[in-house]
Every structure is written in structure tokens, then in C-alpha cells.
Design a protein around this ligand. Structure first.
Ligand SMILES: *[C@@H]1O[C@H](CO)[C@@H](O)[C@H](O)[C@H]1NC(C)=O
Ligand SMILES: *[C@@H]1O[C@H](CO)[C@@H](O)[C@H](O)[C@H]1NC(C)=O
Ligand SMILES: *[C@@H]1O[C@H](CO)[C@@H](O)[C@H](O)[C@H]1NC(C)=O
Ligand SMILES: *[C@@H]1O[C@H](CO)[C@@H](O)[C@H](O)[C@H]1NC(C)=O
Ligand SMILES: *[C@@H]1O[C@H](CO)[C@@H](O)[C@H](O)[C@H]1NC(C)=O
Length: 408
């Protein structure tokens, strides 16, 4: 709602009238009748209670005046939500609208033989990366998705990215692709608004080039994953269909960020996802695991589902709503954004390692964390490792020779 008026006196009158006639009564009504119901529905176990300001239906978003004294008052009015409540509807039933995402992502660089050449592949890890993040990719190549980590190459990997707008980057990526053979680059600009294109490129890539894998593991390039415990967990779920294992945000627990002063680049416009204050259930994007059949189903589903630009919400929230009989494994307790706590847990041999997925902001900690993890492997884990990992680790060699003596 926008009003323009010439002088401040009129502004005062208008604002006063707006506040008395619209702002106060509607918000009072909202606070008394609607907000309490909303809080009840909120899943408190996740600890992100709605903030007070989320509870206002009407907000004065902006008051400005230009150099000629014209005044502009912008009110944001959640009128659809209010009407929805008056109708007795649940406001969190809204859906994305508009066209499905485009299906014509071309590969600038592809690595089609990653799985074809590997008869043992059981897990395909596809990493969302950015063209400039060579350093982060190399940390992953040396650690939890190293090709030589396991004696049998059960894990394969690709890094997904778009095009960079910076000069000189493309030549470096081409060189990297030639060296490692694990780069998949789509013909779209690599930026956060195009993340869903990257995510769909990942689903499509797995659906076309790696269907023999049993599980597809999506990771961000700053994800530290306890791959040993993750594989133990997945081992218990082999053969299951339509499986999604992840740190799951429950239905209507994650607020949709709308207020430009708070959400910066992650703001969602009302028409991008109308009729909702909270997202449907979806997975924390850092790392999640699909049974490979589900990857194909979800890709198919995207062909007929309206686009939404936040990739983890789209791929693990919006698309799965259309798939019947999915099985979720919630790993919310095994996911952390607190790198220092994860590091402390790895260091303390008396603490069990409960974190599967750790978001690493300080990449200088990545290798030390990996070394700590390797030191704590069981003899059964060590037996699965490739020889060059063992060669580099005195403690593993010790463990193995002790085991050998025991068996003599
Ligand atoms: C995979 O196999 C193909 C054909 O057998 C070969 O040309 C290619 O270099 C191999 N790629 C990798 C990454 O091993
Ligand atoms: C990617 O994002 C940019 C900027 O948001 C946009 O202009 C462009 O159309 C998007 N899509 C592709 C395919 O690059
Ligand atoms: C995907 O959709 C097409 C066309 O609707 C269908 O023929 C195909 O079987 C579907 N694939 C999967 C894996 O559901
Ligand atoms: C772990 O427990 C042992 C025995 O209870 C104790 O001696 C040791 O100091 C503990 N280590 C740490 C790092 O707390
Ligand atoms: C996940 O975390 C819970 C609680 O901290 C722990 O009991 C469980 O063993 C962890 N699971 C895995 C697979 O690490």
C-alpha cells in the first residue's frame, strides 16, 4: 500500500489514521486470535520459536520522503493469510506457483565415465561447488571422498558447478577437470538464484550416468562428513526404496524469511511461495542421502512442479510432497553448524562421535579434523582402507600389526 502526500503534517495525519484504523485493530486481532494458534502448531523441539515480529499481520515496512517532500508509507499486509484464517484454512498449505524449471541444462564440461568405469561403486557423492572453490574441492578430494580412501572403490564423486563470470576461471576449471575427471559444469551462471538449476543438474546427472549406485549423497563443498559412520548407517538400509536420510527440519518449523531487513539474500517474495509462514518439511542442504531410485523419481517430478529457487527446499521439500510412500531417516541430531564443538568431540576419545555432517567455516581446520577422525577408526574400519591411507598413518599400522599378532 503506497500513499504519496505533500507535507509532513499530512503525513502525520495519514500515518495516525492508518495506525488507528488498520494497524492497531488488525494486529490486535491477529495477536489475540491467530498468533496463539500458530505457536501451538509450531514444533518447539527444534528450538526456533517464531519471533515476536513474525506474529504481526500488518507491518509498516517503510516510511520515506523525497526531496520535494513527497511522502511514501509502505504497509505490508498479510491479507491472504488473514483471509485464510478467517476461512478456517491452515495458512501453511500454500504451494509454489508458476512454470517448472527449464529442462535444457547443457553441460559445458561433463564427466560421464565416473561410474561407468567403476564396477564397485555403491555410493555416488555429488558436491555442490562454485567455480572459484578449487581449494575446498581439493580438501574433499584428499579426505572423505578421496578415490583411494577405500581399498575397493565403493565411492565415486563429481563436483557440480555453473559458469563463472570472472575472467580466467574457466581455464582453471578445464585444467582441473582434465586432472581429476570429476567436474560437471552446467551452462548457467553460478549464483545463489540458480542453485536449483545446479541441484536439478545433480539429480539428472545421477539419473543418467550413475544409476548403478545404491545411494546418492549430496554435499556442499564445506561439508565435513564422517563417511565411516555414514556408510555404517546406510549399510543398515540397503535395498530400501524411496529413502531420504538427512537432518530434517520438521513441517512448519522453518520460517520463510520475508523481511528484507533481516534475510538479505535469502528473502522469499510473497508470490514466490504464497500462503505460508513456514516451509514444508525439508532437509538441511549441507548433506543428505537418497536411495538412487528416489533421485530419478524426484527428477521426473520436477518436470511438472513449479520452480522454487532455494534448492534444498525444492529438492527435499517441495518435490517429495508429490512422492507417495517415502521413507525418511532423520539425522537432525547428527548434524551441526558448530564446528568448534565438532572438533572438541573428535579430540576427546572419551566422547562418542555422533556428528555425521559438520559445516566447516574455517577451512584450515578441515585436514586436522580428518586426521583426528582417522585416529579414532576401529580395526574393522581400518581393514577397509586403501594401502596409501594406511601407509601414512603410524597409528593404523600399529593397530593392524597388533591385530595380526593376535590372530597368529
Ligand atoms: C573410462 O573408460 C573410458 C573407456 O573405457 C576411458 O576412455 C576413460 O579414460 C576412462 N575414464 C576414467 C576417468 O577412468
Ligand atoms: C542465472 O542467474 C542469473 C542472475 O540471477 C539470471 O540472470 C539467469 O537468467 C539465470 N539462469 C541462467 C540459465 O543462467
Ligand atoms: C518419468 O516420467 C516418464 C514420463 O512421464 C515415465 O515414462 C518414466 O517411467 C518416469 N520415470 C520414473 C523413474 O518414474
Ligand atoms: C578419558 O577417560 C579416562 C578414563 O576414565 C581418563 O583417564 C582420561 O583423562 C579421559 N580423557 C579425557 C580427554 O577426558
Ligand atoms: C546420531 O546422534 C545420536 C545422538 O547424539 C547418537 O545416539 C547416534 O548414534 C548418532 N548416529 C550416528 C549414525 O552417528
Amino acid at each position: 500500500m503506497t500513499c504519496s502526500k505533500r507535507n509532513t503534517r499530512q503525513l502525520l495525519i495519514i500515518t495516525g489514521v492508518l495506525i488507528l484504523v488498520i494497524y492497531l485493530p488488525l494486529n490486535l486481532f491477529y495477536l489475540l486470535f491467530i498468533a496463539p494458534r500458530q505457536v501451538e502448531r509450531h514444533d518447539e523441539s527444534l528450538g526456533n520459536k517464531p519471533k515476536t515480529e513474525d506474529r504481526f499481520a500488518v507491518q509498516i515496512t517503510d516510511i520515506t520522503s523525497d526531496e520535494y517532500g513527497n511522502v511514501k508509507v509502505v504497509l505490508s499486509l498479510g491479507i491472504k493469510e488473514l483471509l485464510g484464517y478467517l476461512d478456517g484454512n491452515n495458512i501453511n498449505k500454500g504451494e509454489v506457483t508458476g512454470n517448472p524449471p527449464p529442462d535444457n541444462v547443457q553441460f559445458v564440461i561433463n564427466s560421464p565415465n565416473v561410474c561407468r568405469n567403476s564396477s564397485k561403486v555403491k555410493y555416488i557423492v555429488y558436491v555442490h561447488s562454485s567455480p572459484e572453490n578449487l581449494h575446498k574441492r581439493n580438501l574433499l578430494r584428499q579426505t572423505w571422498i578421496s578415490r583411494t580412501l577405500f581399498a575397493e572403490r565403493v565411492i565415486e564423486r563429481v563436483f557440480l558447478m555453473g559458469r563463472s563470470s570472472k575472467p580466467g576461471v574457466q581455464a582453471k576449471i578445464q585444467a582441473e577437470a582434465n586432472t581429476y575427471g570429476d567436474v560437471v559444469q552446467g551452462d548457467f551462471e553460478d549464483n545463489y538464484k540458480n542453485l536449483t538449476l545446479k541441484a536439478l543438474m545433480g539429480l539428472k546427472w545421477v539419473s543418467v550416468y550413475c544409476t548403478q549406485a545404491e545411494f546418492a549423497i549430496k554435499a556442499d563443498d564445506d561439508a565435513f562428513v564422517n563417511i565411516f559412520n555414514l556408510l555404517h548407517l546406510l549399510e543398515q538400509h540397503r535395498g530400501k526404496k524411496k529413502l531420504l536420510a538427512c537432518a530434517l527440519w520438521r513441517d512448519n518449523s522453518m520460517p520463510i524469511l520475508r523481511d528484507p531487513s533481516k534475510c538479505s539474500k535469502w528473502c522469499v517474495k510473497f508470490n514466490e511461495f504464497p500462503g505460508r509462514r513456514y516451509f514444508p518439511k525439508y532437509c538441511a542442504g549441507l548433506t543428505f542421502v537418497f536411495s538412487t531410485d528416489l533421485v530419478q523419481l524426484l527428477y521426473n517430478t520436477s518436470r511438472t512442479t513449479s520452480f522454487f529457487w532455494i534448492d534444498d527446499v525444492y529438492v527435499t521439500g517441495i518435490l517429495p510432497m508429490k512422492v507417495k510412500n517415502m521413507e525418511y531417516i532423520s539425522l537432525i541430531k547428527n548434524f551441526t553448524l558448530k564446528q568448534d564443538e565438532a572438533l572438541a568431540q573428535l579430540k576427546d576419545a572419551n566422547k562418542s562421535m555422533t556428528n555425521l555432517f559438520v559445516h566447516v567455516k574455517k577451512s584450515e581446520d578441515f585436514l586436522p579434523m580428518w586426521q583426528l577422525l582417522l585416529k579414532r577408526l576401529t580395526i574393522d574400519d581400518v581393514k577397509l582402507l586403501g594401502t596409501d591411507v594406511i601407509e601414512r598413518s603410524p597409528s593404523m599400522k600399529q593397530l593392524l600389526s597388533r591385530e595380526a599378532k593376535k590372530n597368529q
